[in-house]
Design a protein around this ligand. Structure first.
Ligand code: BG6
Length: 484
């Protein structure tokens, strides 16, 4: 069964920061794959805009190389690649000056959807918005796409929202969190709201706790400069982990529509209790064999930035009062494995006696790398010898259930960029949501700073600092193993 691809309406897309890493690794390959899939067709213009002085021909060459490197299997389709490159144009532009703006405005067509992708440092957002407005490109059909980090605390996020709001309505601003574009993350909503099975149990009466793990095996690599000013809290928890938490905890929206979904997510964030210092653990990876440690990688022997965070959160509302949410994310951990585990309570009474042991059901939503869901159920251990119980997984790997082709999920950016063109903001963060997430995160970071709480070292390839294990042990619970 081939998936249905509905072509989007004709559009002009301008990518500011068109020669940068994100454009080369993610945005352009994503556009190319949508082109190969037949979703982008006809009269479309993709205009790269950056400071580098080059012409369209040189830009196409640069994009050809980028797609060959990052475009996946489709990049081998030379004819498609040439046809895609023909859609590209380039403008040398100065975000803070006058160069290139009239030229860019001249390339825009009136009867098209216009999208402007700000793949640049947030300090330039305001300049770009202002100049787009000044040169008549910020009309009702325009939309802008902005990347994370959206601020580094509540104050800076507010400033960014204010700056953008001067020239664009909220309905025109698409704040990307690429986790929302992941197929399995969207599946969270399908699993919860498309089945009657789970929702009646989805509350503190039946759920003992929820664990969200986003573990990476890689270190900070070449991104040390950025990462060391950010840390895992700002890089992962405030945005990606928060979004996962929202989707797992929110009330059913009345419709799968942008504001209906975002209103519910916002309520979750606002219902989060402040996190007590005892309920958060920060860590930093050490060297292991030939693998350099965090400090070596960021080139600062005294860095106190965390590459790991584990915390316990509480949501104070009727549904979740009393059910803790344990979040954990880090780099250089044992494996690359991300999952959400909903751990249900034990059966209220065991009819099988002590020796049968205690058992609980666990619903695991595996986000990556092997996307799927697994429901742990308790059964009788086969064979004679009495009633002994064991837990077995009802396992559904999407690749097996759907077939490898259907489970070959598009990259998050493919889905999200097409949503921008379609004008669908459901999977984008609203300004108030981002601010609320910072309002919750800020006190945790401030506490670290004010009390100089240094991150605890952990070995590369481990599950993080021991204190993170203790965070659960002291509640009589255990983290699930980090495994793909
Ligand atoms: C990015 C973070 O937003 O997400 C990175 O800046 C992180 O530090 C990445 O590695 C993880 O994304 P994914 O899709 O690989 O899970």
């Amino acid at each position: 069964m081939a998936s249905r691809v509905i072509p989007v309406d004709p559009f002009d897309l301008v990518i500011f920061g068109a020669t940068g890493d994100l454009a080369r690794r993610k945005i352009l390959p994503a556009l190319f794959r949508r082109f190969v899939a037949g979703q982008i067709e006809g009269d479309v213009r993709l205009i790269g805009a950056a400071r580098s002085d080059m012409d369209a021909k040189a830009y196409r060459e640069m994009v050809r190389e980028a797609i060959t490197e990052f475009g996946g299997d489709e990049a081998r389709r030379k004819k498609d690649l040439s046809a895609f490159l023909a859609l590209l144009d380039y403008v040398t532009i100065n975000a803070r000056g006058t160069t290139g703006w009239a030229d860019l405005a001249g390339k825009m067509r009136d009867d098209r959807i216009r999208a402007f992708y700000f793949s640049v440092a947030p300090s330039l957002f305001g300049d770009l918005a202002k100049r787009l407005h000044k040169h008549g490109m910020a009309d009702d059909d325009s939309r802008i796409v902005v990347e994370k980090p959206f601020g580094r605390d509540l104050g800076t996020a507010r400033d960014l929202n204010r700056v953008l709001a001067r020239h664009f309505d909220e309905g025109q601003i698409y704040r990307i969190d690429h986790y929302l574009g992941k197929e399995t993350v969207q599946n969270l909503m399908a699993i919860r709201f498309g089945n009657v099975l789970f929702e009646p149990l989805w509350n503190s009466q039946y759920v003992d706790h929820i664990q969200i793990t986003v573990a990476e095996s890689v270190g900070v690599g070449g991104r040390g400069d950025y990462y060391d000013k950010s840390g895992a809290m700002r890089d992962m928890v405030q945005n990606h982990m928060m979004q996962l938490l929202c989707l797992i905890a929110m009330e059913p929206p009345a419709k799968f529509e942008p504001d209906a979904v975002r209103d519910e997510k916002l309520k979750v964030i606002r219902a989060l209790d402040p996190v007590l210092p005892d309920n958060v653990v920060r860590g930093q990876y050490e060297s292991e064999g030939k693998q350099p440690g965090y400090r070596t990688q960021v080139g600062d022997d005294e860095s106190t930035t965390e590459s790991f965070v584990a915390l316990k959160a509480h949501i104070s509302n009727w549904r979740w009062a009393g059910t803790p949410f344990y979040l954990r994310t880090g780099k250089r951990l044992r494996d690359r494995a991300s999952e959400i585990a909903v751990v249900f309570k034990d059966a209220p009474h065991s009819i099988f006696g002590e020796e049968a042991g205690r058992h609980c059901n666990i619903l695991t939503i595996k986000l990556q790398p092997n996307e799927g869901i697994e429901l742990g159920v308790t059964i009788k251990e086969p064979g004679p010898g009495g009633m002994r119980l064991i837990d077995v997984p009802l396992d559904m790997t999407f690749a097996e259930a759907l077939g490898p082709e259907e489970a070959d999920f598009p990259d998050a950016y493919e889905r999200l960029i097409m949503d921008v063109i379609r004008g669908n903001q459901t999977l984008f963060m609203r300004g108030d949501e981002v601010e609320a997430a910072w309002a919750w995160t800020d006190p945790i970071i401030t506490d670290w700073e004010e009390h100089a709480r240094a991150p605890l070292p952990y070995s590369s390839g481990s599950s993080g600092p021991d204190d993170a294990l203790m965070l659960m042990h002291r509640d009589g619970r255990r983290w699930r193993e980090i495994r793909p």
